[in-house]
Design a protein around this ligand. Sequence first.
Ligand code: SF4
Length: 469
Amino acid sequence: MSTAAQEFLRRAAEKTSDLQHRYTIRHGIDSYETAHNKGKARFSDWQAARDRCAQIKAEALSKLDQYLLQFEDTVKSRGGHVFWASNSEEARNYVLDVAKRNNVQRVIKSKSMVTEEIHLNPLLEKNGLEVWETDLGEYIVQLRNEPPYHIVTPAMHLSRGDIAKLFQEKIGGVTSDDPSQLVALARHKLRQAFFAGQMGISGANFLVADAGMVAVNTNEGNGRLCTSLPRIHVVMAGIEKVIPRLQDLATLWPVLATAGTGQHLTTYCTLVGGAKRPGEVDGPEEFHVVLLDNGRTELLADTEQRDVLRCIRCGACLNACPIFRNVGGHTYGTTYQGPIGSVLTPHLRGINEFNHLSFASSLCGACTEVCPVRIDLHHHLLQNRRNAVQSGARPWSERMAFRIWRWAMLSAGRFRLFGWLARMVMRAVRALGLTGTALDPMRKWTKYRVPPDVPERSFRQMWKEQYAH
Ligand code: SF4
């Protein structure tokens, strides 16, 4: 078993028995779900809107090279810089280089999962730069020295009491856990960072090919401040973020907001076109876009799973997933959590180390049901499992167990024998009181659960007695 898999199991066991943690995230997710259902009702046809979004993203992926080049040309025609990064290292080094060339000391960041994916902050900080996360949730987890817990709501696992305690320790001046007071404190602190920031780094919700513009959605306005106040603005985006036309945002923006948080539209929907032009007062002097591949072109070449690149990172599949709701975001140990993370991470970070995530699913299909761009998530999880088995990434004991199981299932006599043996073993375990001990063959189950009663007779025997004449 890989180290990542062992860590996943350890954290999952810890979190599923932490009732306070489960209560906090369920409370958060339930309120999102209520808003999400109300939001869907505002559409005259929510299913048609999902179809349209899936079509737009599929069209973009079918001509990804053309749309990216179109985007690049337009950005460059306005004086912007576009850098193609094939991996995390190239992307990180490019940003560091821009910062060094411009003597940047202080960086302000708007929410960006790609910067988490490439671990940008540690490199900048190692090189003496001060980095400020300005999205409130990101700011909170940065103060805790933690990665984001959820791709949309990074501090979902914290109650307002937790946040008040954290602010008191790190900022001071907290007199209650009243959310408006906590927000005012964070705002006061972040305002200083906004005015002192020399470089702003943002993500991109969409890259608009025909307009050469970057769409950034935030609820706090921090995105606009990061993209317009500092001298330099750097956009970090995965190559799959490109969409063909500006008018596509008319569908994508409301669908993204509704699927993610139940809002009609995100509070601030911003389009950034580049550096300020002669005569303009506002805006950065330099504008850079880093287009990150990092395994995405390989996924694009995989015709079976290419549609994973349609993801608009709304977070709906995380909220719907019964596994995520119990183990929580940090248990995954990955940048992208929940069903989309379990599908995507083996492609980005290797199937040997991360195939276990595809097994952390009941395959109930709730994720596929909610995905606004109709990614067939639970079937992709199944395909990842198949790929893991075929590539030999699963342990030999598991492969052997399934071989024996298959052998038993292919004969009625062997099936009966195995059923009888299993009942005998379970009876012995219960009779000897071995449940929950090291001798219990089902220890992993019975440590947290009451083992089921063992029936006296098999289903086949009961059926015969009742119906066979
Ligand atoms: S896979 Fe679908 S539901 Fe999940 S984050 Fe991406 S777009 Fe949203």
